[in-house]
Design a protein around this ligand. Structure first.
Ligand code: FE2
Length: 376
């Protein structure tokens, strides 16, 4: 069986009908946004940016906006039961609702995607305040997750119209997190290819990498994954589905506890992963433990790297290489009690891939956690 297929990145692309400049923000629906905001500031080093709630005219929800360099998180909580946000949290627990994408033209983005079969979530709407105007539109993707298209070229405000600046007395320093590198979705059995088709047909993305169950299987569990990328590579969405193994796939565990398809992890870039991870750990962020045996042979596999191995081993940072360079990565434990959403911290040194060489070590680490929860 073929193990990896890589489509050359310099293949000529027809006019991009959905030009995207990257991730605008990620919105989480959470049970208690006030406390979640404190966690993301304390543990991950985000700064307070903006707020919307009853004080700004909202009747039924509150949103806190946090920023760290180009990374913007919105944490939204409902004020009452019996609405879409409360139902989302009841079913999924805390999780990602919106992967918002920056575009020059949100009206065209909506028209081009819906005419190709995308299901509308939000028809183009213009929001204005004294700082200018923003146009938003959106379509549904896997599970209850949506993509919003954000056109903010005529806006100079702090975040979006309707938000006020959020000033806080508590401003912990950054941990060096820079921007969203990629966001991974977990979909159901046999649903990877339909969602690959969705990203190809509706959003004009290309499949740049494929991992089958031979690549991504351990003694116990397996998954399959295809990486979808937009034309300029600023937006990358790997899609995972469970595969048959001796025991329950980690993707299946996610699907059980999230009660459906959704965002599995958000990978965030840093320029100094050793510094960033040391800082995150000291602030209480928990990461998967990697056995020392991994480090005994890793340099035989990846060759020379600029970093000393000792701090990588001490922190559990993984290393992989592809034709263009290497990458350093580490995975957090889930950031809520359900074994669902987690974060990856990644430092790319030329490599454009996703750490295939680490899958075995990584999944064995994941399975130790899954086993400890009694879900293997
Ligand atoms: Fe990843």
């Amino acid at each position: 069986m073929q193990t990896v297929s890589s489509i050359p990145q310099n293949t000529p692309v027809q006019t991009d009908f959905l030009p995207l400049q990257g991730t605008d923000y990620v919105e989480f629906y959470v049970g208690n946004a006030k406390q979640a905001a404190h966690f993301y500031k304390t543990a991950f080093g985000f700064q307070s940016l903006a707020y919307a709630g009853p004080e700004t005219g909202l009747k039924d929800k509150v949103s806190y906006v946090l920023r760290q360099h180009k990374l913007t998180f919105v944490l939204t909580t409902p004020l009452r039961s019996g609405n879409e946000i409360a139902d989302h949290i009841y079913r999924h627990g805390d999780g990602v609702k919106v992967l918002a994408l920056k575009t020059e033209d949100a009206t065209s983005a909506w028209e081009e995607t819906t005419k190709r079969g995308g299901k509308s979530y939000l028809e183009p709407v213009k929001l204005t305040d004294p700082d200018g105007e923003v146009t938003l539109s959106g379509i549904h993707t896997y599970g209850d997750t949506v993509h919003l298209f954000v056109e903010r070229k005529k806006y100079n405000g702090i975040f979006l119209p309707g938000f006020k600046e959020w000033k806080s007395n508590y401003n912990p320093p950054s941990t060096g997190l820079l921007y969203v590198d990629h966001c991974v979705g977990n979909v159901g059995w046999n649903q990877m290819n339909p969602w690959v088709k969705f990203y190809e047909n509706v959003m004009g993305f290309k499949n740049i990498l494929t991992f089958d169950d031979n690549d991504i299987s351990t003694e116990y569990s397996a998954l399959m994954s295809k990486v979808m990328s937009n034309g300029n590579g600023f937006v990358k969405f790997p899609i995972n589905e469970p595969a048959e193994g001796k025991k329950k796939s980690q993707v299946e565990e996610y699907l059980d506890f999230y009660d459906g398809e959704g965002v599995q992890h958000i990978a965030v870039a840093t320029q100094d992963i050793v510094e960033t991870v040391r800082d995150l750990k000291s602030r209480g962020v928990e990461f998967l433990k990697i056995p020392d045996s991994y480090y005994a042979t890793v340099l035989d596999r990846v060759g020379h790297i600029d970093e000393d191995l000792a701090p990588l081993q001490e922190l559990g940072i993984l290393i992989d290489r592809d034709d263009e360079g290497y990458l350093l990565q580490i995975f957090s434990k889930p950031v809520e009690d359900r074994p669902t959403l987690f974060f990856e911290i990644i430092q790319r040194k030329g490599a454009k891939s996703f750490g295939k060489g680490n899958f075995k070590a990584l999944f064995e680490a994941l399975e130790r956690e899954q086993d400890a929860r009694g879900n293997l």
